[in-house]
Every structure is written in structure tokens, then in C-alpha cells.
Design a protein around this ligand. Structure first.
Ligand SMILES: C[S@@+](CC[C@H](N)C(=O)[O-])C[C@H]1O[C@@H](n2cnc3c(N)ncnc32)[C@H](O)[C@@H]1O
Length: 328
């Protein structure tokens, strides 16, 4: 069995989400606590430096020279899978001692990291199960990028973290079914300034409200992804393609259209919170899309992507800046 280790994680909410990421994969979770975390969360399990560096380490960080988590070998039994501090990443002694360092490719244009717990869940998904994946697509991934609907959101921070992931995995626009008013209904502290700044900023994420009676345009292929749906596993389902909408509902309060397909996020442990779920779904969709071809600096100028076309009909989209998303 591997274990998950948070190296210097300082935000207690992130630490709680990290413990949940470990539970999803039925592995233990420890912390090298260099930032006083145990003072706020006395029940966490701590790991000392000798105990950590003396074990086989798979570091998860977008350090130079890291290999893609999509192509790497499974983590060997007994390994510590290490993620790092929210601002500084993994400490250099761990990176030096690591048997290998893996990164999660981030094709997005303004946001190039995930929330630490989301990164842990994505890394464990690929490091613990390397079998039976669909081939990645080439050579024009952007034409196959599915539209994305985050549905029946229940929590502002989970919503923000999921939007951060969407931007980092390269979605320029996301549609949000915000029936509980956790995103559009909650005043973000910097919202007004952000809107103004976003107009002149290069890479804002466009967040479009789905409206009360959202329904897919005729001819749309709807793929609903979740832990409890009845369908083949995520990595055996085609998640991409023109005219496809990926829907990730938070809980079971979203009614799928009659002809929807379902893809199950199969994990060996407990289903995790929404940011972990969306991180895994978006990582797998991004993996299936394949890397952006070298030299493709921008999406095509002519025409709208399917996601943009759907969002275009939304009455009022929110423009969210990359630096705002890094707060989640
Ligand atoms: C928010 S990131 C740290 C960002 C920090 N500014 C840096 O560039 O190292 C916190 C942790 O999440 C994990 N992480 C986030 N995005 C990642 C990615 N794309 N690939 C691998 N690890 C990632 C890493 O363990 C990282 O140390």
C-alpha cells in the first residue's frame, strides 16, 4: 500500500480535503508538519523528516523535468506519494530524495496549478490504476474539447476549486448550474474589481450561468460523470468529441436528460468532495484530448468552440481572473 504525504501543507481546510483524497483511494495520509498544522488539527498523523526521506518517494509537483502522471508507472507498494505547500510546493530535500517526480500536465493559459488536495486525488487516480485507459487523441485536441456543465453546486469553495481546475486543464469557458446560489449568489470580495480587470486581462475564465431550465441543444451528447452513476468507468468512456457536454453534478440533485450517457468515477474508497471529483473527471478528459500540439499558441480564432457556443446564449457570464482562482 502507498501513503499520501502533505509536505508543509498549511491551510487546515486543504489538509482536511487531503485526508479525504487519501480516503477515496483507501490509503493512509500523513503530514510533514513544518507549518504548525497540528496546532489547528491535533488529530492529524505526522511524519518526521527521517521517516519520510528514508522511504521510496514519488513527488507530485510541476518541477522541471517531471514526467507526466498520465504516462508514468504505478507507484510501488510502500511508496510515499508527496504533495507540497500551497504556495511554495514540495521542499527541495524531498524533491532531491524522490525516486521520481510526476506532474499533472496543465494546458491552461493563466492558471498552472491545481488545489493541493485536487492534485493529490488526480495523482493517486493515475498512480494507483494504470490499466485499460483509452488512447489519447491527436492532433487537433481543441476541436474535440467537450463543453463543461458543473451542476447543482452546493459549496462556494468546492465550486471555486473546480473552476480553478477547469481553467488549469484548458477550459476557457464553463457553464454553471447555480441553483443554490453558491457562486453567482455569493459576493466574492474582489468580484467587482475582478469584472473590471477581466475586461483587459488576457486569460479570464468565462463562467456562464445555466439558467433555471437548462437543457442541452438537440444533437448534444450528454455524459454525466459521478461516483454513484450506473455506467462504465470514466477511463473507458469517450469523454471528448464535438457536440459533447460533460456534466459533473455535486450530489444527486440534478436530473439527467433521458438519452444521457453515464461514466462512473470508480475509486476503491469513499467518494470524495466535489473538487476531487471534478479534478479527476477533467484530468481524464484532458488526457483523452491529448497534449496541445507544439506551436498551437492559441485556440482557433474563427468560429466558437462547442462550449463557447453554448455559453454564448447565457444572459450574463462572469469573468474570473486566474489570480482569483488561485485563492481556491
Ligand atoms: C498550489 S501547488 C504549489 C504551487 C507553487 N507555487 C509551485 O509552483 O510549486 C501545491 C501543491 O499541489 C500539487 N500540485 C498542484 N498542481 C500540480 C500539477 N499540475 N502537477 C503536479 N503537482 C501539482 C503539488 O504537490 C504542489 O506542491
Amino acid at each position: 500500500m502507498v501513503r499520501l504525504v502533505g509536505d508543509g501543507v498549511e491551510n487546515p481546510a486543504n489538509a482536511a480535503a487531503l485526508i479525504e483524497a487519501a480516503r477515496m483511494f483507501a490509503v493512509p495520509c500523513g503530514f510533514r508538519d513544518s507549518r504548525g498544522l497540528a496546532g489547528q488539527l491535533p488529530d492529524i498523523s505526522t511524519v518526521d523528516t527521517d521517516g519520510l526521506l528514508g522511504q521510496r518517494i514519488v513527488a507530485v509537483d510541476n518541477a522541471p523535468g517531471a514526467e507526466s502522471v498520465y504516462r508514468t508507472a504505478p507507484a510501488p507498494p510502500g511508496a510515499s506519494v508527496v504533495v507540497g505547500n500551497e504556495r511554495r510546493g514540495i521542499r527541495p530535500d524531498v524533491l532531491r530524495a524522490a525516486a521520481r517526480t510526476v506532474h499533472i500536465p496543465m494546458p491552461g493559459r493563466g492558471v498552472n496549478t491545481l488545489n493541493v488536495a485536487t492534485a493529490a486525488a488526480v495523482a493517486l487516480y493515475y498512480l494507483l490504476d494504470a490499466h485499460g485507459r483509452r488512447q489519447a487523441r491527436a492532433p487537433r485536441p481543441e476541436s474535440h474539447r467537450p463543453a463543461l456543465l458543473l451542476a447543482a453546486l452546493r459549496d462556494h469553495v468546492e465550486a471555486g476549486s473546480s473552476l480553478r481546475s477547469a481553467a488549469a486543464f484548458g477550459w476557457p469557458v464553463v457553464t454553471v448550474d447555480d441553483r443554490e446560489k453558491v457562486w453567482f449568489g455569493t459576493p466574492r470580495p474582489v468580484r467587482t474589481e475582478a469584472r473590471a480587470a477581466a475586461r483587459s486581462h488576457r486569460n479570464p475564465l468565462r463562467v456562464a450561468p445555466a439558467g433555471d431550465a437548462w437543457s442541452p441543444p438537440p444533437g448534444t451528447r450528454v455524459v454525466v460523470c459521478g461516483p454513484d452513476v450506473d455506467g462504465p468507468p470514466l477511463h473507458r468512456t469517450e469523454l471528448t468529441g464535438p457536440g459533447t457536454v460533460l456534466v459533473v453534478p455535486d450530489g444527486d440533485g440534478w436530473s439527467a436528460p433521458p438519452d444521457a450517457e453515464f461514466a462512473r468515477v470508480a475509486v476503491p474508497g469513499e467518494p470524495g468532495r466535489y473538487r476531487l471529483l471534478t479534478g479527476i473527471v477533467l484530468a481524464e478528459a484532458a488526457r483523452q484530448l491529448g497534449p496541445r500540439p507544439a506551436g498551437a499558441a492559441r485556440p482557433p480564432r474563427r468560429g466558437l468552440s462547442y462550449g463557447s457556443a453554448l455559453a454564448h446564449s447565457a444572459p450574463e457570464a462572469d469573468l474570473v481572473l486566474p489570480w482569483e482562482l488561485l485563492e481556491y
